[in-house]
Design a protein around this ligand. Structure first.
Ligand SMILES: Cc1ncc(COP(=O)(O)O)c(C=O)c1O
Length: 312
């Protein structure tokens, strides 16, 4: 079969950059050719960590925040990772490859992956290069760009552990962005089969957690017109969202108020406005949670999207 028949146009244009001890600034590879050993723990056990970032007009958004979270995941999982300069150089190399090959698309998603590597065979004596590392740059499909800000319906799904699990059971790796996303993807399929676009996970003791690939944001507009934003805090075993953090900084500068802390399912159901936020989808207003309708405020949603263009 011809390549063009197997891959859609966006993935066909993808560029890969591998990082290893011999190529700390990255070396280009063809992501449509085999690259990973079948014994790599990323493939065998999903034992790796990753970040997904947005590149708009050649600028990587929130690069430092993503590298900091990758470092946090590295610490939690004990997977050594190359220094920040390596990742930055590798991504720059990938962007250059696009420029010389087909021109830079308006938007790219960049996925940084660090695998623990092949069991018992470290790729290098240097712990920061002992695993398998790569960046994958893929054009963001037009459909994803066009869907930003569109209202969505979400299912509330039980994640199966209580809100203290992160503290009680560190081996669950809650709060690390690991490759083990099979459960997250299964939840999204379940939601889709039941007529929803997305998911909000809840803990077994009734706390609101996060989406499978997004952060939950709750909003209210006071009588004076001021907007207040609230989000569940990472202590409940969720990822600290870089999109939410960027929104908070810009919102505070604009005179809005913000907070983070526990959110019960009842509080979620009583909220005025709800959104899911993430690095590539950016902001999606929620207009249905299970069977309950919510109103969207297009003005606030536009403002949230605007906040994300301002920095980082
Ligand atoms: C589980 C989970 N929570 C939250 C997020 C949102 O994080 P960010 O805003 O940094 O993309 C993601 C992003 O993929 C995620 O996978």
């Amino acid at each position: 079969m011809h390549m063009a028949e197997r891959f859609d146009e966006d993935s066909l244009r993808a560029v890969g950059v591998r990082i290893d001890a011999e190529h700390p600034e990255g070396i280009i590879f063809d992501p449509h050719q085999p690259q990973l050993r079948v014994t790599d723990l990323a493939a065998v056990r999903g034992d790796g960590i990753f970040e997904t970032m947005l590149v708009k007009e050649g600028h990587v958004r929130k690069f430092s925040a993503h590298l900091e979270r990758l470092q946090r995941s590295s610490k939690i999982t004990g997977i050594g990772i190359p220094p920040a300069e390596s990742w930055r150089a590798a991504v720059a190399r990938g962007l250059d490859e696009f420029r010389t090959r087909s021109g830079l698309p308006e938007e790219l998603s960049v996925r940084l992956t660090a695998s623990r590597g092949v069991d018992g065979e470290p790729a290098s004596e240097d712990v920061n290069f002992s695993g398998t590392y790569w960046a994958l740059l893929t054009p963001v499909p037009q459909s994803v760009q066009a869907s930003r800000g569109n209202p969505i319906s979400v299912a509330l799904l039980d994640r199966g552990y209580d809100a203290t699990a992160a503290e009680r059971a560190p081996w669950l790796l809650l709060g690390a962005k690991t490759l083990s996303y099979a459960v997250n993807m299964a939840a999204l399929r379940w939601a889709s089969e039941h007529g929803h676009d997305d998911v909000i996970f809840t803990s077994s003791d009734g706390q609101v957690l996060e989406g499978p690939i997004s952060t939950v944001l709750i909003g209210s507009r006071g009588e004076d017109g001021r907007v207040h934003l609230h989000t569940p805090s990472p202590e409940v075993g969720i990822l600290p969202g870089t999109t939410q953090a960027t929104i908070y900084r810009a919102a505070e500068a604009a005179g809005w108020t913000t907070s983070s802390g526990p959110v019960t399912v009842e509080e979620l159901r009583g909220a005025q406005f709800l959104w899911l936020t993430g690095s590539v989808k950016l902001v999606s207003p929620i207009t249905r949670v299970d069977e309950q309708e919510f109103t969207a405020d297009p003005e606030i949603t536009d403002q949230l999207l605007q906040f994300l263009t301002q920095e980082g």
